[in-house]
Design a protein around this ligand. Sequence first.
Ligand code: ATP
Ligand code: MG
Length: 424
Amino acid sequence: MSIEHWQTILYPYRICLFLENGDFFMYNCIICRYHEIATKGNNRNMFEKCLVDNIRHALRPVSGECKVRRIRGRVWIEPGNGGNFDETLLAQIVERLPDVFGLESFSPAVLLPVDMDVIRQTAVEMAPQAFERCGKEHPAFRVRARRSNKRFPLTSKDIEIDLVTAVADKLGEGAFVIDLKNADITLGCEIRDEFSALYFDIYRCAGGLPVGSNPRVLTLLSGGIDSPVAAWQIMKRGSPTDFITFHSSPYTPPETVDKVRGLVSTLNKFQRKGRLFIVNLAEFQKAVRDNCSERMRTVLYRRAMLRIAEAVALKEECKALVTGEALGQVASQTVANMDTINRAVDMLVLRPLVGADKLEAIAVAERIGTMKQSSVQVPDSCTVFAPSNPATSVPVDLALKEEAKIPDYAGILEKIIADIEIDA
Ligand code: ATP
Ligand code: MG
């Protein structure tokens, strides 16, 4: 998992440049780039449509004020009135776009005609302010041109040389050094069939696939650090998720569920609202306490959680379960116990953090805004009647034997499922 890569803002957040005469140089479009979707074959259209829908949804508070269009390999956002973005609108869009999975990066830009004289003139007008805000005396500068319009008379290389030369003429000898690899300032230029665009800033997004391009899943969400991160990872791969949480009222306080509600609301920023299924496991836990070996309690709880989650998923048409389990993290996450827990259900269980260290999970939790909420200490359902010395290897036949000791195991789960509350 490349955490560093995510949302690196390469340049300081600025929404407009100044012209020398003091007027605002306002942007009139945002170029949105995607990567993985572009590698898709026949179903690429479905992914692109889903991405555009999700961008519109993310921008819904301001959607009346802008147009979102898909034009060959890019999504373009423009002000609805055809003019320039005003500062407030641009700031709102810049704040929301990084949460849209499938996007690789975006750049506020100036849309221009396909005319080298106009492009050059505009680049020269934009450059002084970009250099000024960089703040370095002899910054490293480069131009990156992309030309999808093959009828344009200049090659990408020619365009780059033309623009560097024009900027050098404007700023004077020695204003910058050219460095194609480690530039402090990059001027981007795109030449398309219908228009061209110039930009200085690249905002990185999370990448992945648009939410909705894969089937809906159900995430087992505790109040811990890992499961919110797991839900985020799965949304990032295109699956919208509902959530299911287990509490043990009256042995856990209402705050246990309130904390999870808070996490759900943070995670729903990345998708169209997912529902929360709230399950009281206390009756089952009492039955385990009264009938089963103490050291096996946690494994038995987890098997019941998966069974209940599977029943909900089947009813709600979720195609897989998701957990925040990481191999070896605690006694219930040894290979032996994960195997025994897994065998409680037939449904696919996705464990995106299985190979992650705690520090990696924490780094993502910080980025996505769940860390603070997860750090609030409230009692967890799993700690109710929890053994002080849990078994690290419970073979599946032993788990089955213990479960058989519980009078009416199936009836208890049925009753619990019938009593599930739903936050829609
Ligand atoms: P932590 O960050 O403390 O490890 P966690 O959520 O990963 O929190 P674990 O005890 O490691 O908690 O549990 C492993 C997984 O089991 C969780 O990631 C979650 O998917 C599921 N789980 C555990 N407890 C609950 C619960 N009370 N409700 C829903 N899912 C739970
Ligand atoms: Mg964990």
